[in-house]
Design a protein around this ligand. Structure first.
Ligand code: SAH
Ligand code: DHB
Ligand code: MG
Length: 227
C-alpha cells in the first residue's frame, strides 16, 4: 500500500468513527438541524461546532451541575441550543453576539428548539457586555467562541465570572497545531496567548483536546480549582 493510500485509509477510518459516534451519542433533532439550515439560508458563515462538540458541552454542563451558562459568540445559536438543553428547570443561558442579524437568527432558532424560555441573546461587543454580567455571576460554565484576538481578555472575564468548580471552554484552540507555536499571523496571536495562560494559570486544571470533525481543531477546557 502506498503512503498516500495509507493516509487516505486513516482519514476514512477517522471519518467513519466520527460519524458512528455522532449517530450513537450526538444525533441532531429538528431544532438543531433547522438552526444550521436557517444559518445557511441567511448566509451566515458555517463555523458552528460539531455535534460531538455540542454533546461534549452538555456533558461538561452536567458534570458541574450547571444552572447558569454564559456563551461568548452565538452565531446562529447551534452551540447555544446544545448548552441551553443541558440546563435543569429554572436554569439560565446567556449568549453574547455582536452582529444583530446573527442575534435575530439565534432568537428564532432558540424558540424553534424549545429553549427560548431559558435563553437570552445580548447584542453588542462582548468586552462591552461582560462588565454588566458581574451582578449575574457566578456562571457554572463559560463557553468562549467569538473573535479570536481578545481570547486572553475573555479568559480574564471568565475567571471573574465563575466560581471554584466552574468550567471554562474555548473553541478553536488547536488550529492544526498553530495554536501552540509562535504566531505567524495576527489571527493566531490571541489564541496562542490564551493557550499559554489557560495551560499555566495556577487557578485552573486545563487541557486542549482535538475533537472537531477532522481532528485538526478543538476545545481548550479548564475547571476552576477549589483552592
Ligand atoms: N458558538 C457558535 C459559533 C460562533 S462563531 C456555534 O458553535 O454555533 C463566532 C460568533 O462571534 C459570530 O457570530 C460573530 O458575529 C461573533 N462575534 C465576533 N466578534 C464578537 C464580539 N466582539 N463580541 C461578541 N460576538 C462577537
Ligand atoms: C472561525 C471562527 C470560529 O469560531 C470557528 O469555529 C471556525 C472559524 C473563523 O473566524 O474563521
Ligand atoms: Mg469556533
Amino acid at each position: 500500500m502506498s503512503e498516500l493510500t495509507a493516509l487516505q485509509e486513516q482519514a476514512k477510518i477517522r471519518h467513519e468513527i466520527e460519524a458512528a459516534i455522532t449517530a450513537m451519542f450526538a444525533p441532531e433533532d429538528e431544532g438543531l438541524r433547522s438552526a444550521l439550515a436557517e444559518a445557511k439560508r441567511a448566509g451566515l458563515p458555517q463555523i458552528a461546532i460539531s455535534p460531538i462538540q455540542g454533546k461534549f458541552l452538555q456533558l461538561l454542563a452536567a458534570m458541574c451541575n450547571a444552572q447558569k451558562i454564559l456563551e461568548i459568540g452565538a452565531l446562529a445559536g447551534y452551540s447555544g441550543i446544545w448548552l441551553a438543553r443541558a440546563l435543569p428547570a429554572g436554569g439560565r443561558f446567556i449568549t453574547l453576539e455582536v452582529n444583530p442579524e446573527h442575534a435575530n437568527v439565534v432568537r428564532k432558532s432558540f424558540a424553534r428548539a424549545g429553549v427560548g424560555d431559558r435563553s437570552e441573546v445580548r447584542v453588542g461587543k462582548a468586552l462591552d457586555l461582560l462588565p454588566q454580567l458581574e451582578s449575574e455571576a457566578p456562571f457554572d460554565l463559560v463557553f468562549i467562541d467569538a473573535d479570536k484576538l481578545p481570547y486572553p481578555q475573555y479568559l480574564d472575564w471568565a475567571l471573574r465570572l465563575t466560581r471554584p468548580g466552574s468550567i471554562i471552554v474555548a473553541d478553536n484552540c488547536i488550529r492544526s497545531g498553530k495554536a501552540f507555536r509562535q504566531p505567524e499571523d495576527e489571527g493566531m496571536v490571541g489564541i496562542v496567548e490564551f493557550n499559554r495562560r489557560i495551560a499555566s494559570d495556577p487557578r485552573l486544571v486545563s487541557l486542549a483536546l482535538a475533537m472537531d470533525d477532522d481532528y485538526t481543531d478543538g476545545f481548550a477546557i479548564a475547571v476552576v480549582k477549589h483552592s
